[in-house]
Design a binder for this molecule. Structure first.
Ligand code: CAA
Length: 258
């Protein structure tokens, strides 16, 4: 494990666990966190021994938003010049599945980072929200787009225009959260989920991730064509032959990511 870093990185089997580590600021996402997070995500994405990534937060937050103090005195031209938050776009270029394990606050940029991951699991007392409106701003790390796609226009409007927090149960009911676990079990359960995914063939997992994410971008017709091309391509892998042979031979498949 990397010690004293703003993002801790630990590898367990084929799963990389990244922990945002600014507990004194409730893991507020400053530029240093963004750079380190993206650097580690890219590093693990290139590592043939890693098949799933979990992102979580230290102490009592996933992340309480972008760092308000870092932004407060910037001018519009500085924000534009820096293309502030653009670095977070890199999260969606990662091919390895990313699970957000949310305990405590996931507000503003924290909620937006969770939604940029492939699936979100939450502790039962997690609190989500897009409170930017209360600061005289609006979501800027994808919230107006990803939340709307996830929960629909009406609900997204209500949440973004009121800035109210919402519970893990509400987030699950809206489709933002995939699973809720007791707070004390969250990390173990997230790692278990990640290990299950990491146990399957890497080519199939990456292709499935890509196809599901493509559904948000293209028409149904284009999406179905894209899915079928990827599906056909998987028949070039050893893992497809192994997976289907194992089924016929009534044994557990041994995937080799080839
Ligand atoms: N940025 C910078 N610092 C933050 C922060 C943030 N987003 N959230 C919390 N902190 C800091 C606090 O300033 C405080 O630091 P000090 O001890 O130095 O004062 C420390 O973390 C602990 O926070 P609190 O004392 O406020 O803790 P609390 O338990 O009383 O309240 C909270 C928790 C309700 C989450 C409260 O901290 C809060 O409202 N935070 C801001 C939430 C927010 O507005 N997030 C959106 C940010 S803007 C954004 O994200 C834009 C975007 O689209 C990307």
């Amino acid at each position: 494990m990397t010690e004293n870093s703003i993002v801790l990185s630990e590898v367990k089997g084929r799963v990389a666990l990244l922990t945002i580590n600014r507990p004194e600021a409730l893991n507020a996402l400053n530029i240093a966190v963004q750079k380190k997070m993206v650097e580690l995500l890219k590093q693990h994405d290139q590592d043939s021994n890693i098949s799933c990534i979990v992102i979580t937060g230290s102490a009592k937050a996933f992340a309480a938003g972008a760092d308000i103090k870092e932004m407060a005195n910037k001018s519009a031209s500085e924000m534009a010049e820096l293309d502030f938050f653009a670095g977070w776009r890199e999260v969606s270029t990662i091919r390895t599945p990313i699970i957000a394990a949310v305990s405590g606050y996931a507000l503003g940029g924290g909620c937006e980072l969770a939604m940029a991951c492939d699936l979100v699991v939450a502790g039962e007392s997690a609190k989500f929200g897009q409170p930017e409106i209360k600061l005289g701003i609006m979501p800027g790390m994808g919230g107006s787009q990803r939340l709307t796609k996830l929960v629909g226009r009406s609900k997204a409007m209500e949440l973004i225009l009121t800035g109210r927090n919402f519970t893990a149960a509400e987030a699950e009911a809206m489709g933002l959260v995939a699973r809720i676990f007791p707070d004390a079990e969250l990390l173990d359960k997230a790692m278990e989920l990640a290990s299950t995914i990491a146990g399957y063939g890497k080519h199939a997992v990456r292709a499935a991730k890509e196809a599901v994410n493509r559904a948000e971008e293209v028409s149904l017709h284009e999406g179905l064509l894209f899915e079928r091309r990827l599906f056909h391509a998987l028949f070039a892998t050893h893992d497809q032959k192994e997976g289907m042979a194992a089924f016929s031979e009534k044994r557990t498949a041994k995937f080799t990511n080839s």
